[in-house]
Ligand binder design. Structure first.
Ligand code: HEC
Length: 135
């Protein structure tokens, strides 16, 4: 009985652990950059002010969806009212066109959770890392 409970709590722990977002120290930067290559075609680099197709991802974390001034969003994105953070990005990037039905972001999504989490981890720490590397 005891060991069953122990095993149960262990598996719960693993579950919590794998669903939490990776910290800066543990994100796989090489993998993230590879995955970001798809985004870059439209968004440029994460700090590009005026990307070729999509809105700038600069200052993305904490921003509400569809609110960057100067970019013409779809009505769907303007109405989505998502605050961009690790969790909401994880949901959105898995299936953008389903999560925000009617979005003009013509991208099927990243099915692989490991790739998504590392991408988000890298994005979340992009500004900080840039500051660190110029210091
Ligand atoms: C084919 C071009 C294209 C690709 C590829 C693409 N995006 Fe987008 N993205 C857009 C467009 C266009 C919008 C605006 C969507 C709208 O208004 O409905 C957008 C919107 C977004 C938003 C919402 C931003 C805001 O200001 O609310 C996020 C976040 C985002 N993209 C992240 C990504 C990431 C991360 C990737 C790569 C995994 C990616 N996108 C790939 C074109 C693209």
């Amino acid at each position: 009985m005891k060991s069953t409970l122990f095993r149960l709590s262990l598996s719960l722990l693993t579950l919590t652990f794998t669903t939490s977002v990776l910290s800066a120290e543990t994100c796989d930067i090489d993998l993230a950059k590879k995955v970001y290559g798809i985004c870059a075609a439209c968004h440029g680099q994460p700090d590009t002010e005026n990307p070729p197709l999509g809105p700038s991802l600069k200052g993305l974390f904490g921003r509400e969806s569809g609110t960057l001034s100067g970019f013409i969003y779809s009505v769907a994105m303007e109405k989505a009212e998502i605050t961009w953070d690790e969790d909401s990005l994880n949901t959105y990037l898995e299936a953008p066109m389903t999560v925000v039905s009617g979005t003009s972001m013509a991208f099927a999504g990243i099915r692989d959770e490991h790739q998504r989490k590392n991408l988000i981890c890298w994005l979340a720490n992009f500004e900080q890392r840039k500051q660190d590397s110029t210091n």
